[in-house]
Design a protein around this ligand. Sequence first.
Ligand code: UDP
Length: 241
Amino acid sequence: MAELKYGRVLLKISGEGLCKPGGSGIDGSALRTLAEEIKLVADLGVQLGVVVGGGNIFRGSTLADDTQIEEATGHYMGMLATVINALAVQDTLESMGVPTRVQSAIAVDRVCEKFIRRRAMRHLEKGRVVILAAGTGNPFVTTDTGAALRAAEIRADVLLKATKVDGVFSADPVEDPTAQRFDRLTYNDVIDRRLEIMDVSAIDLCQRSRIPIIVLDVRIPGNMCAALSGETRGTMIDSGD
Ligand code: UDP
């Protein structure tokens, strides 16, 4: 393994990475696959923050029309779903001997810490994987924005965005076998071409904070470690300089 290019990393995993393909809820095998790759990264000495999504359980934007639940409430429900996922990721990692802390943007004192930036950074320095739950703590945005925000706050060197396919493609590679993978894109490419990899607010925040984003399939064994040692994996999004 080459020397590490990035020492402090923010990994964004979606809820879909915690369940069976196309399914919902939590799947032990999917969790273990993910945790094994996170452990490899942690064992390299990388300081790792992990923002977890909640889409495998609930998304505020998918509230059925026939409910009396307000949209804002739906988003809070989605944020609480990410807390459930964070606890699942925590126990799986700890069962593999990886020290962790969960910090939540919404106080859930009986189960985890509150997000406190300086404390999160202290945990990272001590080699603990910090699992960041409840997104930004505010409704109407997603955990992608939460990931960009936390990446900027903890001064991450890179944001890894885990996806089902290994990078950003010109078309859906599952449906179109001729789809081409982009090795590199600029932040403006992503915004101008409406590539919908992450929320525009997340891309914008990374651009302003000069945090590169690598979009990749973290379930491919060794993929994350290779990307973090500077090998071309997935798609790199940066300023293009
Ligand atoms: N959410 C929110 N504010 C945040 C982060 C998340 O309101 O800062 C809600 C939102 O409803 C979102 C849901 O939580 O749809 C689950 O997060 P997300 O959709 O980002 O999960 P993922 O798609 O990554 O699994």
